[in-house]
Write a protein that binds this ligand. Structure first.
Ligand code: ZN
Length: 136
């Protein structure tokens, strides 16, 4: 069951709408995502690229190279710095991991899975998710 969402960066230069599966919303505790989000973990709502439409603005991109050599594009607003999504580099089909904090309906989105639990900060309380994984 899909859900229509919309969102924007903090300054409003970039706005989007998308179709997501609310059950696929997930938490990532890994160290790269801690740094890239500037906080303890990241919450992501995956959406197929063709189900994401930008209403205004074009995100800036930072290309992150993982230890494996795999490149992930981190998209953000060049004006206010809000992280908007991450996706793979190269040809599609691609999935956009939309940053849940930018989604207007975020209060309705309950993460169903968490990944990289072993990297969670030590003070982090247990988060009740249907599934938790120590790594990917
Ligand atoms: Zn902005």
């Amino acid at each position: 069951m899909t859900m229509k969402i919309d969102g924007q960066c903090h300054c409003g230069s970039i706005a989007y709408e998308a179709e997501i599966d609310p059950k696929a919303v997930r938490i990532f505790h890994c160290t790269d995502r801690q740094v890239l989000s500037g906080t303890a973990f990241r919450i992501t709502a995956p959406a197929a690229e063709e189900d994401v439409r930008f209403l205004c603005g074009t995100p800036a991109q930072y290309r992150k190279t993982a230890e494996s050599g795999r490149i992930r594009i981190q998209a953000f607003c060049r004006d206010c710095g809000t992280p908007l999504y991450a996706t793979s580099a190269g040809e599609g089909p691609r999935v956009f991991g939309i940053r849940a904090g930018t989604i207007r309906q975020r209060r309705e989105l309950v993460p169903g899975r968490q990944f990289w639990r072993r990297s969670a900060l030590p003070w982090m309380p247990e988060i009740s998710c249907a599934e938790a994984f120590e790594t990917q």
